[in-house]
Design a binder for this molecule. Structure first.
Ligand code: UDP
Length: 325
């Protein structure tokens, strides 16, 4: 069943790949993005350049498009910056989403898939993290998204909207043909930084913390391939179109991988060793985070296809060698 989808924040890393995947699946896709961190070349379909806080612009686009659903990725996502400039995060992420919801309601668009994060949970009280885990984010970034999820609960319960909130663990990788991938002016994520260090494009990687109580002393994370995230978004939109009320769902593989294991995978897959220096722990990093993602599997029928860390790293490496933007 082909539908009309507006992808807000669709020129960024995850949004652009989800938009492309929706178009591949036969849906009509248009993109809305302010290009503050996104790339024109990454957008699918008509690109409407606009800020998520611009109610006039958003209303005009939503009013004209006869959209069946919105997928929403527009957000500021640098955890460190959110600590030094929290207001920017509440303004764009929380305030911007409130504006989007109001504009959707005005235009009669009732279905939303929201890009959420495991950062809403904060330091794990137990592992794996399931959807009922307490929500005590440790950064304004995580808190801005937690607040959005409260707004979404209210809109689901009181405003008749159908909303899936997809909580990603560590998104990584690129499309298999190397056409779309991760390109940030300020890069903070492990895999792109490690690949850049391996290719001699950046100084040696700083390995943040080697004295955690984990199997090799480094942090454990749940890396999930961006193509698997895209598939979950497609399934989420289709479930909403079938009439599901929507809910919060974790998107992770449930597999924990340490930082050293990521570096070993890069070496194995590319033949390049990752030069690195041992560094202090990065403030705010919990020792281990990984998902209990059974709910996404049962509600959406989602089954990650690229769980292996080598497969994730391989596509990230193809992209890193020849980024298109
Ligand atoms: N990390 C690291 N060096 C870096 C960037 C990240 O050692 O330059 C570690 C970080 O401490 C964490 C893991 O890699 O344990 C994943 O970090 P990333 O920033 O990619 O994602 P996060 O889990 O913080 O969202």
């Amino acid at each position: 069943m082909a539908s009309r989808i507006l992808v807000v924040g669709g020129a960024g890393y995850i949004g652009s790949i989800c938009a492309w995947a929706m178009a591949q699946a036969g849906h009509h896709v248009e993109t809305y993005d302010d290009l503050s961190t996104g790339h024109r070349a990454a957008a699918t379909g008509t690109l409407h350049v606009g800020d998520i806080r611009d109610r006039g612009r958003l209303s005009a686009v939503l009013g004209a498009g006869r959209f069946d659903a919105v997928m929403h990725f527009a957000a500021k996502s640098l955890v460190g910056e959110s600590v030094s400039h929290p207001l920017r995060y509440y303004d764009v992420n929380t305030g911007g989403t409130a504006t989007l919801l109001q504009c959707m309601q005005d235009a009669g668009v009732r279905r939303l898939v929201f890009s959420s994060t495991c950062a809403i949970y904060g330091d794990p009280v137990y592992l794996p993290l399931d959807e009922d885990h307490p929500r005590k984010p440790v950064s304004p970034y995580g808190d801005s998204k937690r607040m959005v999820e409260e707004l979404l609960d209210a809109c689901r319960e009181r405003e008749g909207m159908q909303i899936m909130a997809l909580r990603y663990f560590n998104a990584a990788g690129a499309t298999l043909d190397g056409a779309l991938g991760e390109s940030h002016a300020t890069e903070t994520h492990l895999i792109p930084l490690a690949l850049a260090a391996a290719m001699g494009q950046r100084p040696p990687l700083k390995l943040f913390g080697t004295d955690y109580e984990t199997r090799d002393g480094t942090c454990v994370r749940d890396y999930v391939h961006v193509l698997d995230l895209a598939e979950a978004h497609r399934l989420a939109v289709e479930r909403l179109l079938q009439g599901h009320a929507g809910m919060g769902l974790n998107l992770g593989t449930g597999i924990g991988t340490t930082v050293r294991e990521v570096l070993a995978a890069i070496h194995r897959v590319t033949g390049m060793a990752v030069p690195h220096d041992l560094a202090d722990r990065r403030p705010g990093d919990p020792p281990a985070l990984f998902a209990q993602a059974n709910r996404a599997r049962s509600v959406l029928g989602w089954q990650p296809q690229h769980e292996d860390i080598d497969a994730i790293v391989a596509t990230a490496a193809t992209w890193a060698r020849a980024p298109r933007y």
